[in-house]
Design a protein. Structure first.
Length: 137
């Protein structure tokens, strides 16, 4: 069996780190390059149109008297398609407003829910080919 080159290993590592939609985009772009760039653009556009939407969130009811930490865990279960590392700064900032500034837990949880919904909606292919703007999020 032939051993993968460093470039192949790097590409595979990148591919494995991407979500389903980004994987499809990377593959479509690679096929675009392989087809000769602009000359193969029609097949790439067709591949991008077939890119599946992220899975639907599995909503869980918000328990009464939920803590901020429990809410973050619940929202991560509801939105497993979102990368927690990408959201770490925003979730940490909201958690800090509760712990350090004494902001009410219910208000922080409301903001966390809005954050997760916006991040999920930003991933939806609302208008294929259109860039995601702040208005879409």
């Amino acid at each position: 069996m032939e051993r993968a080159s460093p470039h192949e290993r790097r590409l595979l590592k990148i591919l494995r780190a991407l979500d389903v939609q980004d994987r499809a985009t990377l593959i479509a772009f690679a096929e675009f390059l392989m087809a000769g760039g602009v000359a193969g653009a029609d097949s790439v556009a067709g591949a991008l149109e077939r890119t599946p939407a992220p899975p639907e969130p599995q909503h869980e009811p918000r328990p009464p008297q939920e803590s901020v930490v429990a809410a973050i865990k619940r929202l991560r279960r509801v939105y497993p398609m979102l990368d927690a590392a990408e959201m770490l700064q925003e979730t940490s900032a909201l958690m800090a407003t509760h712990l350090l500034q004494g902001r009410d837990a219910a208000e922080v949880i409301d903001d966390l829910e809005v954050l997760f919904v916006r991040r999920y909606q930003a991933r939806l292919p609302s208008n294929p080919g259109a860039p995601v703007t702040d208005e879409d999020a």
